[in-house]
Design a protein around this ligand. Structure first.
Ligand SMILES: *Cc1c(COP(=O)(O)O)cnc(C)c1O
Length: 395
C-alpha cells in the first residue's frame, strides 16, 4: 500500500504482536487512507501501536470479570435471563481496541466441541435463560454447518426464546455474509445480529450489501460502537455514523466507553466526551439513530447507561425538565394517580399466565428497595465499618 515503516517502528510492531496478535483482512486494509495513515481511523483500529505495551495502573486482564462470572468455560452468566456464549476464538481482524484482547486469537483458548457441548448443557439446564448471545472471537468465523449445528441445538431448548449473534464480519470481511449463510440463519429465527461499525467510512458498498442480505433475511440488526480516541471521538462523526447505520436498516444499540483492558490506554477518552456526543445526538437526530451510551462496570457489574441530565428539579406535584435546545419546561404530575401496593397477586399479574419461576422471582437491587413486597430499606456494602461496630450484624 506504499506505507513504509522505519526499522525502529518495525521492531516495535513485532514486539507488540508477540503479545497481541495481528490480523487484517485485505479488504479492511484497502480502506486505509495512506497519506496521513497515522491519524487514519481505519489504520488505528487495525494496526498495532507500541502504545499497546504501555500498561497503565488501572489496566486489568479481565476488567469485566467475564472469567470470574463463568459457571462453565465459555459461558458468562451475568444477568438473570441471558448468557454470553463464546463459541469461537478467531476474528477476521484483530481490533486493536478489543476488550478480550488477552484471549482472542490465542491458540490456547480455542473452544473445543466438548466445551461447546458443556455450554449447551448448561443452557439446557438453566430454565431462566431466555436469550443467548453467541460471540467470541467472532461467531461468524465458524463454518456454516458448525454454526447450523449450534443453532439447531439451541433451537431445541424450549426456554431459549431468542439467539443473538455478535460479529464484526459485516465491517471487516463483508464477503462472509453469503447467500448460503443467510439462508441457513433464516431457518433459526428469531435470530438477531449485532455488528460493530465505529466510523462512517466503514459503510462501504460491500458492507452495505452484507447488511442488506442480513436485513432481507429478516434478521434485526443492531450496532455496538466503541468510543475511541482518534477514531470516532467527535459528535459529527458519531452523528454521521448512526445516520448511515439506520439508512442501512441497522439500529444503533450501544455506544461503549472504552474498557479498562490491558493495551487500550491510548484509545480511552474521558466519559465527558461520551456525554458530549450523546448531547449532540439526543433530539438532534432520529430517536432510533441514537445508541445507549454505556460503561461496562469494571468488576463485572454489567453495563451502566450514562446520559446527560434532563431532569432539573422536582416538587411534590411538578417536575422541571430541559430539552435538547435548552428549553426548560414543567410537567404537572397527576393529582389523583394511585396504584394499589403490589403484592404480585392482583389480576394484572394473573392475566399474564406467568410461569412459576417468573412469578416467584424475588426482586433484586434497587428494584428490591422499590418493591412493595419487600421490607428492605437499604443496601449496604460488605465491610461497612459502622455496621461492624454494632453488637449484632443485622441491618
Ligand atoms: C452485554 C452482555 C450481555 C447482554 O446485555 P444486553 O444489555 O441485554 O445487551 C449479556 N451478558 C454479558 C456477559 C454481557 O457482557
Amino acid at each position: 500500500m506504499g506505507i513504509k515503516f522505519s526499522r525502529k517502528e518495525k521492531r516495535e510492531l513485532e514486539k507488540t504482536i508477540q503479545k497481541f496478535p495481528l490480523s487484517i483482512t485485505p479488504y479492511y486494509a484497502s480502506l486505509i487512507e495512506t497519506k496521513n495513515y497515522h491519524n487514519d481511523p481505519i489504520f488505528r483500529q487495525a494496526f498495532p501501536s507500541p502504545l499497546e505495551l504501555k500498561l497503565s495502573k488501572c489496566d486489568m486482564k479481565d476488567p469485566l470479570h467475564e472469567d470470574k462470572d463463568s459457571p462453565t468455560k465459555g459461558i458468562t452468566h451475568r444477568y438473570p435471563d441471558r448468557v454470553l456464549f463464546l463459541i469461537s476464538n478467531k476474528c477476521a481482524m484483530y481490533c486493536r481496541h478489543c476488550t478480550r484482547k488477552r484471549k482472542v486469537g490465542d491458540p490456547d483458548h480455542i473452544p473445543s466441541k466438548e466445551q461447546i457441548l458443556n455450554c449447551i448443557a448448561y443452557i439446557r439446564k438453566h430454565r431462566e435463560i431466555r436469550d443467548v448471545l453467541l460471540s467470541g472471537g467472532d461467531a461468524l468465523m465458524l463454518p456454516d454447518d458448525f454454526l447450523d449445528w449450534i443453532l439447531t441445538e439451541l433451537g431445541s431448548i424450549p426456554h431459549v426464546e431468542v439467539v443473538r449473534i455478535g460479529s464484526r464480519t459485516p465491517v471487516v470481511l463483508p464477503y462472509r455474509i453469503t447467500d448460503e449463510l443467510v439462508y441457513m440463519l433464516k431457518k433459526h429465527h428469531p435470530i438477531w445480529l449485532n455488528t460493530h461499525f465505529n466510523h462512517p467510512r466503514e459503510l462501504t458498498p460491500s458492507a452495505k450489501e452484507a447488511l442488506k442480505k442480513l436485513a432481507d433475511a429478516g434478521i434485526p440488526l443492531g450496532n455496538q460502537s466503541v468510543l475511541l480516541a482518534g477514531v470516532n471521538d467527535c459528535p459529527q462523526i458519531m452523528k454521521k455514523l448512526n445516520q448511515k447505520l439506520v439508512q442501512n436498516r441497522v439500529r444503533p444499540y450501544y455506544l461503549f466507553q472504552c474498557d479498562l483492558s490491558e493495551g487500550l490506554t491510548h484509545f480511552r477518552t474521558s466519559i465527558g466526551k461520551g456525554i458530549e456526543i450523546m448531547e449532540s445526538l439526543i433530539g438532534h437526530t432520529s430517536g432510533f439513530a441514537v445508541p445507549t451510551y454505556v460503561i461496562d462496570a469494571p468488576g463485572g457489574g454489567g453495563k451502566i447507561p450514562v446520559m446527560p441530565n434532563y431532569i432539573l428539579s422536582w416538587s411534590t406535584n411538578k417536575t422541571v425538565l430541559r430539552n435538547y435546545e435548552g428549553v426548560i419546561t414543567t410537567y404537572q404530575e397527576p393529582t389523583d394517580y394511585k396504584t394499589a401496593p403490589c403484592n404480585r397477586k392482583c389480576n394484572k399479574c394473573s392475566s399474564l399466565n406467568l410461569k412459576p419461576e417468573e412469578y416467584e422471582r424475588a426482586p433484586i437491587g434497587v428494584e428490591k428497595l422499590l418493591a412493595d413486597t419487600d421490607d428492605t430499606i437499604s443496601l449496604v456494602p460488605k465491610g461497612n465499618l459502622r455496621l461492624g461496630r454494632r453488637k449484632t450484624s443485622r441491618v
